[in-house]
Ligand binder design. Structure first.
Ligand SMILES: Nc1ncnc2c1ncn2[C@@H]1O[C@H](COP(=O)(O)OP(=O)(O)O)[C@@H](O)[C@H]1O
Ligand SMILES: [Mg+2]
Length: 233
């Protein structure tokens, strides 16, 4: 479904991605791991067309995403929840979700589906997004992304700043997307979270993909976690 093929990306003259390749299949959850500065966020931005690769290409189904302007990418059913969420704080929960629905002309059925996934949002439809707790804002950002009816969802450190109980709820929701054939590319610092939901892990270091492994293999041999993320399990 998603194929990132050998992309190079730079900010100005500073090259930050070198030959990055990865794939995400329909219904697959891929964890993208690596230390700060490894290039994880830049990889997501490149998929969304927010950073332009100067070599390589990004394919999604039969479309070359890397040829499209950034505003066309969500219409290809690719949704992005950036680090730090970026809601419209003065708009209500309902209005934020409506912004998502507009992207691909989704309607009441999609809204009902999202509110079922995140019942907390249901109770707060009229509340201003800026007054939600951090966890609720993450739910809203993810809910808004799902309102665009994505086939592929890119999540950048969704567990950041969340209480453990909310992390669990979010991960349950991510896992539940599998049955809807939604693919997920999950950037996380919390290795535990990736081990719990992902099918596969891709490790980045210094702007390159260094290693790829199935999650079961990673549970048996956590060497890559120590090497590329710096955690001991
Ligand atoms: N807007 C930017 N301008 C210049 N350099 C950037 C910018 N964003 C990120 N970088 C640099 O690119 C590299 C990769 O960053 P990033 O993709 O954010 O890594 P990660 O998400 O893995 O922490 C880092 O060296 C970072 O300092
Ligand atoms: Mg990042």
């Amino acid at each position: 479904m998603l194929r990132v093929e050998n992309i190079d990306c730079a900010y100005g003259k500073v090259q930050v991605l070198r030959g990055v390749s990865l794939t995400v299949a329909a219904g697959e959850i891929v964890g993208l791991l690596g230390r700060n500065g490894a290039g994880k966020t830049t990889t997501l931005k490149a998929i969304m067309g927010l950073v332009r690769p100067h070599a390589g290409r990004i394919l999604f189904n039969d479309t070359t995403l890397s040829d499209l302007p950034a505003h066309e990418v969500p219409k290809q059913r690719v949704a992005y929840v950036p680090q730090g969420r970026r809601l419209f704080p003065s708009l209500s929960v309902r209005e934020n979700l409506q912004m998502g629905l507009l992207v691909n002309d989704a309607g009441a059925e999609t809204l009902a589906w999202v509110l079922e996934l995140f019942p907390t949002l249901h109770e707060r439809l009229r509340q201003r997004a800026g007054t939600l707790s951090g966890g609720e804002q993450q739910m809203l950002a993810t809910g808004r992304a799902l309102c665009t009816r994505p086939q592929l969802l890119l999540l950048d450190e969704p567990s950041e700043g969340l209480m453990p109980s909310l992390v669990d709820r979010l991960l349950d929701t991510v896992r539940g997307l599998r049955e809807h054939q939604v693919g997920v590319l999950l950037v996380e610092q919390k290795v535990e979270a990736v081990l719990r939901v992902a099918d596969r892990a891709v490790f980045m270091e210094n702007g390159t993909v260094q290693h790829e492994t199935g999650i079961d293999a990673l549970k048996n041999d956590p060497t890559p976690l120590v090497r590329y993320v710096g955690v001991n399990r």
